[in-house]
Design a protein around this ligand. Structure first.
Ligand SMILES: Nc1nc2c(c(=O)[nH]1)N[C@H]1C(S)=C(S)[C@@H](COP(=O)(O)O)O[C@H]1N2
Ligand SMILES: [Mo]
Length: 333
């Protein structure tokens, strides 16, 4: 039995609504079609100034034929409840960052070209149990649960979604890292024939991200295989993506094909493009502005409201300890 103590991030907010209202609202939004008023207009890297409208209803998902469809919905882990209204699927499924399919937000239709079976995941590097696994073998071997997480993009918009998946530390346990492993490097697929964005040769494909072993084994680090009680639709980074909710969204790498345990700190995709703007740590910190905009507040997708951004996106209780020796540095980097 879990004893529920109030976490720092469980701040009651006016927007909070019970689950039933959320689902009714979602149905309402689905049928009426909703225009996303003023989505964050600052793009990452090269794609500034792109305000998008999202009037396309629920967006394509087509996950009913997914080979893991029978596994969902999974049991919600109440430890990760959150008092903020969930972002309707119609919004989070049609407003995505997935540069493999274009450097703007409306890639959900393009992303349907992503082939998610067969899909192999390689686990290699400084581990005692290197292996290449079929994604369905991996997903079925892991203890799946649902967690409600906030997601804060470096572009100053946020959402709250019900991810399904498993703790990254379960995968780390399976890999059985050697003591020389200090980081986990994750890599997205590379297939420019399938993913037109990857023909933009000036980006350093494939997308790469990394975590320290301490971060990767923190309770909060989550491997996502589903959302809204079903297998993950392609635009969210199917069949498997990361969610590290205390860091800016770009750390949460999508459509992963390789986990490499290494002694070397990985250089991530955005860090390679612009190390002044996108560092390795990328911890959410409202007091450290992006060189081109403030990080003090965020637009909550679908609400038309801006709210203050919290240090570590409100998850300090879980993760502040990881950075206690970095007090003198802006932990944004
Ligand atoms: N492979 C890959 N992973 C990625 C990205 C990307 O372009 N490619 N964008 C990142 C950014 S900036 C964000 S905000 C989130 C967006 O996730 P969502 O589309 O599910 O909201 O994915 C992250 N992971
Ligand atoms: Mo992002």
């Amino acid at each position: 039995m879990l004893i529920k103590s109030k976490k720092g991030w469980e701040i009651p907010e006016r927007e909070a609504t019970p689950q039933e209202i959320f689902f009714n609202r979602r149905r309402f939004l689905k049928t009426t079609g909703l225009v996303l008023a003023s989505a964050a207009s600052m793009g990452l890297g090269a794609c500034d100034g792109e305000a998008e409208e999202s009037g396309a209803g629920a967006g394509a998902s087509g996950t009913s034929s997914d080979p893991t469809a029978d596994l969902y919905p999974v049991t919600r882990n109440e430890r990760y409840m959150i008092e903020r209204e969930l972002t309707p699927k119609s919004i989070s499924s049609t407003y995505n960052n997935f540069y493999e399919f274009g450097s703007h937000k409306r890639i959900y239709d393009k992303a349907q070209e992503l082939k998610i079976r067969p899909w192999q995941v390689v686990i290699d590097g400084e581990v005692n149990n290197p292996e290449t696994l079929d994604i369905d073998t991996l997903i079925r071997a892991m203890p799946l649960e649902e967690r409600l997480y906030r997601h804060r993009c470096v572009e100053a918009w946020s959402m709250t979604v019900p991810w399904s998946g498993f703790a990254l530390k379960e995968l780390v346990k399976r890999a059985d890292p050697k003591s020389s492993a200090r980081y986990v490097r994750m890599e997205t697929f590379q297939d420019p024939d399938m993913a037109s964005g990857q023909r933009q040769y000036w980006y350093p494909w494939p997308y790469v991200e990394g975590l320290t072993m301490e971060e990767a084994t923190n309770d909060l680090a989550f491997m996502v295989t589903g959302v809204y009680g079903e297998p993950l639709p392609k635009q969210y980074g199917a069949p498997i993506r990361l969610a590290v909710p205390w860091k800016y969204g770009f750390k949460s790498i999508k459509s992963i094909v390789r986990f490499t345990f290494t002694s070397q700190r990985p250089v991530s995709f955005w860090e390679e493009i612009n190390p002044q703007e996108y560092g390795f740590w990328a911890n959410v910190n409202p007091e450290v502005p992006h060189p081109r905009w403030s990080q003090a507040t965020e637009e909550v997708l679908g609400t038309g409201k801006r709210v203050p951004t919290q240090l570590f996106n409100g998850y300090g209780e879980y993760v502040a300890g990881l950075y206690k020796d970095m007090q003198d540095k802006p932990i944004y980097f």
